[in-house]
Design a protein around this ligand. Sequence first.
Ligand SMILES: [Zn+2]
Length: 80
Amino acid sequence: MPQLISIITCPLCGHASEEAMPADAREYLYNCKNCGCQMKPKQGNCCVFCSYGSIPCPPVQDERADASRYMLQQRIFYSR
Ligand SMILES: [Zn+2]
């Protein structure tokens, strides 16, 4: 199960805020609750949670889980 709470840290003022992530949607824009600045994903990231959150968005968590499962399978394969 992906985690749905991420702590977003503002790159300008450093304010951290706990945010619930939508399970299947990627949030593209986020306004800091302290200084009001608008955050956009960094290059290569799909959403603000992947760029500024403590935990990446659920779709990316799934992709990483798949990748680590694949790595594990490879390791088992090569250790035989
Ligand atoms: Zn801020």
